[in-house]
Design a protein around this ligand. Structure first.
Ligand SMILES: [Zn+2]
Length: 405
């Protein structure tokens, strides 16, 4: 077997995801930064650096550089600072900053130099401050980035603090509902991949323009790909979905949904099932795929399984009416009347004009001999849609029952 490792050929630890023209091998971004910071990379390499020269150039840590993440760019600036520290600096009477910082007066001199000039916000002066232990160096507060939110989430995944992950999820208010909360934990429990995550390291990240969504790509356990999809929420970022694979897969998600939908509509159940298994191992948090799996089980008359998958679809997207309706309806046809009633009732307020919900609630009320409740529901139903046959039939059934009593 020809097993080609995807590790960096220099450190053999990180993912090697770019070909280095200087070394003639695949390396990681960390090692690329260590190399290219000397500005000696061949210009033909997309990752070679160009120093942007401006007025106070000796303390202006700025590059025109291709980087695959904000983390990589910051690391690059830090490597530049490492170099700066070891060279005589005209702005410091040609002293070497690292030596100068050995005593209080020298630290003061360095602090003064930086405090006097307006250093752009994205320059990580905190690194210099901590490395040289210069308390007086003024450092601007830097907002947490989408990459840092993603890492915060993964840190909780590693320690399996599932409860705490909830506040980092998009639309997390939905988990005030115990049923959804329980289902979220169940999905995690059943997920063999997520339970094995012990280590993660950032490979790249990409932002939508305008900035509303980001994809952050991680190397997991030095072996697997994981992409977190995050959405912007004011100044914070929240996790919308996990994709078990590379970020490019994000673009294929709608296509995957369509393929499965088409197969189901053609009653090609065998292929649909195989495809569902495949796509659900990648798009682990797709409400659509859970919904289609629910439909698949419905068509196979496996109503109990259908219930579970419609529930997951609704948990992932509480605004997904068809998933939530089908969840209630599958409970109804499985004979779980109390649970079905509860599930329908929860849909009345968000979807007040859905006649199916009102009519099915009326059916349950008739079966429970709550005739006045049933009548009220059916009247409401027929006010919305006077031609709705199922409600009209139910009304006749109700009148017959009432006449009997
Ligand atoms: Zn490396």
């Amino acid at each position: 077997m020809n097993f080609k490792s995807n590790r960096c050929r220099v450190c053999r630890i990180n993912r090697g995801n770019r070909f280095c023209l200087r070394l003639g091998k695949d390396i990681c971004w960390q090692d690329c930064n260590l190399l290219r910071v000397d500005l000696k990379c061949p210009e033909i390499c997309a990752y070679s650096l160009k120093k942007e020269l401006t007025a106070k150039e000796e303390i202006n840590f700025r590059f025109k550089a291709k980087t695959d993440s904000g983390r990589e760019y910051r690391d690059l600036l830090q490597r530049e600072m490492d170099r700066w520290l070891l060279q005589p600096q005209p702005a410091l009477n040609n002293r070497i900053p690292l030596e100068l910082a050995e005593n209080a007066a020298g630290k003061e001199q360095i602090a003064r130099l930086f405090n006097e000039f307006k250093i752009p916000d994205y320059i990580p002066l905190i690194y210099l401050k901590e490395r040289l232990k210069i308390d007086k160096l003024k450092v601007k507060y830097q907002a947490k980035t989408h990459e840092e939110f993603a890492e915060e989430f993964l840190a909780l995944v590693v320690t399996q603090e599932w409860e705490k992950t909830i506040s980092l999820l998009d639309k997390n208010e939905k988990y005030e509902k115990p049923l959804f909360r329980k289902n979220y934990f169940k999905r995690l429990q059943d997920d063999r991949f997520i339970n094995k995550i012990r280590e993660y390291s950032l490979i790249s990240s990409a932002l939508d323009q305008p900035v509303t969504r980001s994809l952050v790509h991680f190397d997991i356990n030095r072996r697997y790909d994981l992409t977190l999809v995050l959405v912007k929420n004011n100044t914070d970022w929240l996790v919308e979905a996990k994709i078990y694979g590379r970020p490019e897969l994000y673009r294929g998600m709608n296509e995957a949904h369509q393929q499965v939908a088409v197969l189901l509509s053609k009653n090609e159940f065998g292929t649909a099932f195989k495809l569902l298994n495949h796509y659900q191992s990648i798009y682990i948090d797709s409400p659509d795929l859970y919904y289609y799996r629910g439909l698949y089980y419905t068509m196979q008359k496996h109503f109990r399984q259908a219930v579970q998958h419609f529930l997951s679809a609704g948990e992932l997207d509480p605004g997904f009416l068809e998933a939530r309706y089908n969840y209630a309806y599958m409970l109804h046809v499985s004979g779980e009347k109390a649970a079905a009633r509860e599930a329908y009732l929860e849909l009345v307020q968000p979807f007040p004009s859905d006649v199916r919900i009102l009519n099915n609630l009326a059916s349950l009320a008739i079966e429970d001999k709550n005739f006045s409740e049933a009548e009220e529901l059916l009247e409401k139903c027929l006010r919305i849609d006077p031609q709705y046959q199922l409600a009209r039939d139910n009304l006749v059934r109700l009148e017959n029952l009432q006449n009997k009593n």
